[in-house]
Design a protein around this ligand. Sequence first.
Ligand code: PRT
Ligand code: ZN
Length: 305
Amino acid sequence: MSPPLGTATRDRLRIAIQKSGRLAEPARKLLAACGLSWRESRDKLFCYGESLPVDLLLVRDDDIPGLIADGVCDLGIVGRNELDEQAGARARIGLPQAYRALRGLGFGQCRLMLAVPEEWDWTGPDQLRGQGTRIATSYPAILGNWLDAQGIDAQVVELSGSVEIAPRLGTAELICDLVSSGATLAANHLKPVENLLDSEAVLAGPASGFDDARAGLAQMLLRRVDGVLQLKERKLLMFNAAQEALPALERLLQDAGPLVRLPGSNGVLSLQTMCEGAVSWQQLEDLERAGARGLMVLAVERSLA
Ligand code: PRT
Ligand code: ZN
């Protein structure tokens, strides 16, 4: 049976992730790649950690910062936009910071942008000064802070969704919303003009660390997350070559890691190096022309720095 959610169990770590939506699948994949596995409860809201004492709580993304602030969850995977918005809202009413982003996770990328009707000739934020402009957004704290920093007293119209139709409905002239491809803005005859925030999914935790068994678990998880993130684009390149081909091969591989020489036979060296990013066919063919033989590119599955 799942433990009661309000009482933090101090010897297990509890991570909040989105139940469904853009971040749900990649968050689960990341945690699975960190070696976690779970048993799902019948209500599908709580997953009991089987491989490690790390449980999942499946919730709406908007709830994740609050669950960390209240100590119901220890960590959470949430968009930086959501975390910064709720942190900003807390700060604006004088509450202390309750959480922080521990790692950027490289998925869920988007930008929080100010967008204006296509026909506007945008010359910069100064254009809004003294106009009494109304801006619709689901991010009133981030927008409010940005307007304050620019010294603009526009009116913030808070909406919980469908922000992009506000100009057509006449509830606001401008909007401030998340943009990834830009298709939604274009479909609503709006254009992005100012970037308020570059966002991605982050692993968030409490502003102060843990002082019990969860500290070790959180540290281990962070180390594994770092390992998984680093591996994403790393490839091990292996090949053989004669000694005299080495200078040319080293020139071609100057962006890769150190070239490791393994014991070979008959004067042929066995070589390997770690490459950041994909290794293209073109690179392999160049290496072959320079004397490399038996070229092999291998995905790295696990590594501890
Ligand atoms: O049910 P729950 O509350 O958990 O989900 P949700 O509907 O609030 O969130 P969801 O799943 O839509 O988004 C979760 C997180 O994904 C966001 O908080 C962002 O961190 C991230 N993300 C990445 C995005 C987008 N890209 C995105 N494009 N969130 C929303 N959008 C929306 C945007 O609001 C706009 O309506 O997509 C539209 C724009 O997309 P483009 O491609 O047309 O520009
Ligand atoms: Zn949401």
